[in-house]
Design a binder for this molecule. Structure first.
Ligand SMILES: Cc1cc2nc3c(=O)[nH]c(=O)nc-3n(C[C@H](O)[C@H](O)[C@H](O)COP(=O)(O)OP(=O)(O)OC[C@H]3O[C@@H](n4cnc5c(N)ncnc54)[C@H](O)[C@@H]3O)c2cc1C
Length: 154
């Protein structure tokens, strides 16, 4: 079975919106890869993240904001013949997004980003604790390019 390339932005957005975790990949100062699973929000081509103020990821992103982000969903194991290992496959839909991290420092913009993030997990309206918001890093990736594929039985 061939993987199918997806180019329809609506379908790409649907895949991203059906995920609750993504993987954020970056390159450290020694040119080594570093990837972390992250919760996220997504709206209109922008991915939103929140994080502790310190740590390896933040130090890398301050020096090199170029990132790749992967999303995958609809995972389903299937087999042509359950007794034959080589006949097993996994259906999936996935998106890779490429762009540059921008840190959001302005308080109201941080709240807007956090609203986008929370929207991915619940439809509730929220209030925020100001010291907590001041104490976290919030950042966005304005996606420059997407690639997307689906594989398997849909
Ligand atoms: C489902 C899920 C959702 C998450 N959502 C978020 C989120 O929204 N925001 C957020 O900031 N973090 C989130 N995390 C945690 C995130 O993946 C990182 O562990 C965290 O951000 C710390 O990263 P850091 O680079 O600051 O690590 P540091 O604390 O600087 O880590 C030091 C070392 O520990 C190792 N390490 C760090 N984290 C992990 C890990 N999770 N597993 C194995 N080794 C690790 C690294 O190799 C690193 O060298 C999530 C994790 C999971 C599994």
């Amino acid at each position: 079975m061939q993987a199918r390339i997806i180019i329809d932005q609506k379908k790409i957005d649907e895949i991203i919106n059906s995920c609750d975790v993504c993987n954020l990949a970056m390159i450290d100062e020694n040119n080594m890869p570093y990837v972390v699973p992250m919760n996220f929000g997504y709206n209109d081509g922008c991915i939103y993240f929140h994080s502790d103020k310190s740590g390896k990821k933040i130090e890398i992103l301050k020096k090199n904001p170029q990132v790749a982000v992967s999303f995958s969903t609809n995972h389903e194991l299937y087999a042509q013949n359950p007794n034959v290992a080589c006949s097993y496959s996994m259906s999936y839909k996935s998106v890779f997004a490429y762009g540059k991290v921008e840190f959001i420092e302005d308080y109201d913009s941080k709240i807007e980003a956090m609203n986008n993030l929370m929207k991915n997990y619940t439809d509730r309206e929220f209030t925020y604790n100001r010291p907590s918001i001041l104490n976290i890093k919030v950042f966005t990736v304005k996606v420059k390019s997407f690639t997307a594929k689906e594989f398997g039985r849909f």
